[in-house]
Design a protein around this ligand. Sequence first.
Ligand SMILES: [Zn+2]
Length: 309
Amino acid sequence: MQKAEVKKEVVHDANIPKVGRDVPAPPQEVFPVSPEVCPYLQPATGTFPLCTRKEVRAEKALVVSIHDVSPATRAGTERILADLKSAGLDRASLLVVPDHHHCGIVSGDPEFSKWLAAACAQGHEAVLHGYFHLRENRRTDGPIKRLITRSYTAGEGEFLDLEKAVARELLERGRSAVEACGVSVSGFIAPAWLLGAEAGQAVREAGFQYTTRIATVSDFVTGAVHSSRSQVWSVRAGWRRTCSLAWNALLFQKTLRHPLTRIGIHPPDWDHPAIRRQILKIADMALAGREAMTYEGWLTRMRVKPRSY
Ligand SMILES: [Zn+2]
């Protein structure tokens, strides 16, 4: 027996506006978003407004920082910047070490000074990053401090436990040296993000506008502390690289909805293809919905428009 053909008729409810007939279809590059993503929600109408991708993108930022920038790492830094540019990222915060491992003051290297000034003129930012980027081991160090300074930072946590007067002197000398390259400096970031209490006070008193730690960005102008965990890779051993790849993949997923994504790159990261590929991939994915900014640029915007946080 032949089955009777059942013809489904789609009936349009006249009370429901039909896109294309009663209301115009949204133009391309315009899409509805939830209030968490877009602050332009109009509560009076109770509807999600239509935001352009550009507007939504402007509410979320990506800050890439390159650590340990100095004459000794300039070639590596240039390579990283070139690869980032190919991925569509045209600005980064450059964490400059004034006298990296006692290898010479940045302002004493005309080629480096010229290069740094040109990079900042193109939109990058120079940030003071310690002075020597070294912390000498002390006989008084207990087991926990030894673990932090030798295992976590390989002896580079310079500002972990400096006395305030010593920190102040290094900060002033360091800022003068970097600014002598022809750039302005508004931020200080401690090596390995380890900033002790006395050194932290010295940073604020020296007039720096912000600092960052691994999980926060502190704005000294407004007093705001923005939570945002930085992605960072440890490449000193195979097991560290394996753990870093897994951890950063997870962290990127966990911070997708956060207003600020941070990527911290160290020059040795680029010697490891799997790490380099992951960083570039994460930057590429982040740029699909975020604007690339420097820390200075992002904080300046947050001071004007704090509602997006
Ligand atoms: Zn560093």
